[in-house]
Ligand binder design. Structure first.
Ligand SMILES: [Zn+2]
Length: 393
């Protein structure tokens, strides 16, 4: 069995950053972190990470598309296109995210992910994030209003049967939402609040039922007021809730990113992209759930002028969050790795460099550019095309 040994880099582990260590990988898993010179065998594959960060791969729990592909297109090709693009941004695992739609297209998007094999040359899909359609009209953002409706057991039970739906964003104040949370939580599904007019009290009540995330905190929800804390106040104040953050410099003022991180701490903050198919593409017009989205200078808006997702990438999100929060790389990194993994019930399995975890590893230079991405022990992306190795190493 070929061992993969990453040596010479700054290896970021849950406890501390290790120098003069080697990360040893076998069968797609991290087996050990060894100090000093390792006895190297003739079949070992050595990766020299001299001068580079060696970190867990990024995990994006909220992303609709990229590279012209959208989760709602519901074909294996779009999943493949997204997977390859995300690998180039340091993402090793992601949750293809739906938009509000009629029942059939939503089910088709879920079924597509459920049946789509993991790509050999890109990020792995870890489940579906269903965003909508059980959302509030006032805070719809770019979610098409005519699709928004109350939670319907006949519809969502078919989602749950697939076993691939891992996260649902809803407005907990809508009729039937709390029943859905009760049922979903009993089946291991996570819930997030957004596109919601939920009061502070309604957010806390939803958390009592098992809701554990705020989707794109501050965007598409009842805001903060000192006598009516609203949806934002519930997310910020309740320590059970993880706050998703779009750190693209557009959806949130950098001061708000800093405020969220200070209120929630990095342990309860999740960096997301909320990217749409225009991510990784030039400015222009793109489809989002049947609506035309205009992308100008990387900013995506619908015809009504609402922000409609982003063109953010996870590597940029990490850099932006560092700048906004004033925190260093090793403090910000968990918000893109171990924290989303923990929030999605993958603690110790993903988002961490420790024995037993999946070998989802990235190499970054000092500017935090992605030099190499490895998923389950396979190199799926290398910055220098000539050195690119696809498949099993
Ligand atoms: Zn949204």
């Amino acid at each position: 069995m070929t061992r993969v040994i990453i040596t010479g880099g700054k290896i970021v582990t849950p406890d501390k950053t290790l120098l003069d260590h080697s990360l040893v990988i076998e069968h797609g898993k991290i087996v050990s972190l060894v100090i000093g010179n390792l006895q190297v065998g003739s079949t070992d594959h050595i990766i020299d990470a001299q001068g580079l960060w060696v970190t867990p791969g990024y995990i994006d729990v909220h992303v609709h598309g990229s590279a012209k592909a959208d989760t709602m297109d519901a074909t294996p090709e779009v999943i493949h296109a997204m997977a390859r693009f995300f690998a180039s941004c340091g993402v090793t695992g992601y949750y293809p995210t739906t938009m509000s739609g009629w029942p059939e297209p939503t089910q088709a998007a879920i079924d597509n992910v459920a049946t789509c094999p993991q790509p050999v040359d890109g990020a792995h899909h870890l489940g579906v994030h269903v965003e909508g359609p059980y959302l509030d009209v006032t805070y719809k953002g770019a979610q098409p209003e005519h699709f928004l409706r109350d939670a319907d057991p006949a519809e969502y039970e078919a989602w749950l049967v697939t076993g691939v739906v891992k996260l649902v964003t809803l407005a907990p104040e809508r009729s039937g939402s709390l029943d859905f949370i009760d049922q979903g939580v009993s089946e291991g599904v996570e819930f997030a609040v957004a596109h919601s007019a939920a009061s502070y009290e309604q957010v806390i009540e939803a958390a009592d039922h098992g809701l554990r995330q705020g989707t794109h905190t501050f965007n598409g929800m009842l805001g903060l007021h000192h006598r009516a804390p609203g949806t934002v106040g519930g997310i910020l104040a309740d320590e059970r809730i993880y706050a998703q953050v779009i750190a693209d410099g557009i959806h949130l003022h950098p001061g708000i990113v800093k405020l969220i991180v200070r209120a929630k701490t990095p342990k309860r903050t999740i960096l997301i992209t909320d990217a749409i198919r225009a991510a990784g593409c030039v400015d222009g017009k793109y489809d989002l759930s049947g609506e035309i989205i205009d992308v100008e200078n990387g900013i995506a808006r619908n015809v009504a002028g609402s922000l409609a997702g982003s063109t953010l990438t996870m590597d940029a999100a990490v850099r932006n969050a560092m700048e906004a929060s004033g925190l260093d790389f090793e403090t910000v990194l968990p918000m893109a790795t171990s924290v989303p993994a923990e929030a999605m019930n993958l603690k110790g399995q993903k988002g961490t460099l420790q024995p037993g975890a999946d070998a989802d590893v990235i190499l970054l230079d000092d500017e935090l550019n992605v030099c190499m991405t490895m998923v389950a022990g396979h190199i799926v992306y290398e910055a220098t095309e000539a050195e690119k190795i696809i498949g099993e190493v």
